[in-house]
Design a protein around this ligand. Structure first.
Ligand code: PMP
Length: 391
């Protein structure tokens, strides 16, 4: 097992060694790290719903009614009325005929892609798609063709060459998790129609955030009914844990029968489902929470840009602050923490080499005071670490 030590030494040398920071507080706008209170500026809890009293109460009620665990897979002994209600509500929210839930987004992507394509098929995947998509593609045994990020000419070129395959699946993040930009879905849907492909969108970061009703990227682009496989998570704006796929009734039935990560895994825990259901109702009932999220995103982005930070995307509450070099990024993240702001640095393999960044995200529950503290910290930490701004 010498390789373990050798490989870890390599990681250290490259500056890619990863360490976990322990939070001694929750996913509120301020949390506690190393005994110190700091602004939490990197959570996917976009709407702040992990903290919402109605969501917490729903989780407790679900435990009281259904217990702490679900005791088996959905197809054996773990299928409760609560799961079925969740699926009905998701389908209604997404304006689809049906939905299927999973214990995590990773499991959903990983399993669903394997269920949809096999040997003799081809998957066309954006180069910046989430790792769960990458792994689902790898395991599917289909031919995987990666197109340049959001590059529709490249996608069309590959589609043109992909005529000989049985099925053609185009898969993309709706909102890219590390860049915060959106997939050009109208173009993707048009190309799919032209070349006889079908489309799967991972809306982990769009669900509850984008669109007039918060239904996600597909609603944002007015493409309801045109994206065959709509995946999303319950773990980000919906403040809980788990994932869903929504689509036509026959697709959902097919996935229930064919998706190994659904068939062979214990059903989502009642507390998680109860919380997500309550969160979904809040998303629909209180659009003002989403409006506050977007206002906070605008405020932080404008502030960072006015200091000269390179903030490439304007499309979502994910605000990547591009630094480039791994060491510089990690020093900046550490300096931010010392200033009372938790926004970790992101390095390869999560992002391509030379594009290390601070991945800042805002939440609807950040106050102006929280965001001003974050901006002051970026100003001081950037200056002290001689981050080259405006490049
Ligand atoms: N897809 C995307 C785009 C994600 O960002 C994530 C999680 N960060 C996932 C899927 C996986 O979801 P989960 O964390 O629920 O496993």
């Amino acid at each position: 097992m010498n390789f373990v030590v050798e490989e870890m030494e390599q990681l250290l040398k490259k500056g890619y060694y990863r360490q976990m920071r322990r939070l001694d507080g929750s996913q509120a706008s301020r949390t506690v790290i190393g005994g110190k209170e700091c602004v939490l500026l990197s959570s996917n809890n976009y709407l702040g719903l992990t903290e919402h009293p109605e969501v917490k109460e729903a989780a407790k009620l679900a435990v009281d009614r259904w217990g702490a665990g679900s005791g088996g897979s959905r197809l054996i002994t773990g299928n409760y009325a609560l799961h079925e209600e969740m699926e009905k509500e998701i389908a209604r929210f997404k304006r689809e005929e049906g939905a299927i839930t999973f214990s995590s987004g990773y499991m959903a992507n990983f399993g669903v892609i394997q269920a949809l394509v096999d040997r003799g098929d081809v998957v066309l995947s954006d180069e910046l798609n989430h790792s769960s998509i990458v792994d689902g593609c790898r395991l599917s045994r289909a031919k995987v063709k990666v197109y340049r990020h959001r590059d529709m000419e490249h996608l069309e070129k590959i589609l043109r060459q992909a005529k000989g395959y049985r099925r053609r699946l185009i898969v993309t993040d709706g909102v890219f998790s590390m860049d915060g930009d959106l997939a050009p879905l109208p173009d993707i849907v048009a190309l799919a129609g032209q070349y006889g492909a079908f489309v799967m969108v991972d809306d982990a970061h769009g669900t509850g955030v984008l669109g007039r009703r918060g239904a996600g990227t597909v609603e944002h682009f007015g493409l309801e009914g045109k994206v065959q496989v709509q995946m999303g998570t319950l773990s980000k704006a919906l403040g809980s844990a788990g994932a869903y796929v929504a689509g036509k009734r026959e697709l959902i039935d097919y996935l229930r029968n064919k998706t190994r990560s659904f068939i062979y895994s214990t059903a989502p825990a009642p507390a998680a489902v109860g919380a997500a259901l309550a969160a979904l109702r809040l998303v629909e009932r209180q659009p003002e929470i989403r409006a506050q999220l977007w206002e906070n995103a605008r405020y932080l982005r404008v502030g960072l840009k006015s200091m000269g930070y390179k903030v490439p995307s304007e499309d979502s509450p994910i605000i990547p602050v591009l630094i480039g070099d791994a060491d510089k990024t990690m020093h900046l993240a550490q300096a931010l923490l010392e200033e009372g702001v938790f926004a970790p640095g992101i390095r390869p393999p999560t992002v391509p080499q030379g594009t290390c960044r601070i991945r800042a995200t805002v939440m609807a529950i950040h106050t102006r005071g929280d965001l001003d503290q974050a901006l002051s910290a970026f100003a001081r930490a950037g200056r002290d670490n001689q981050v080259k701004l405006g490049c």
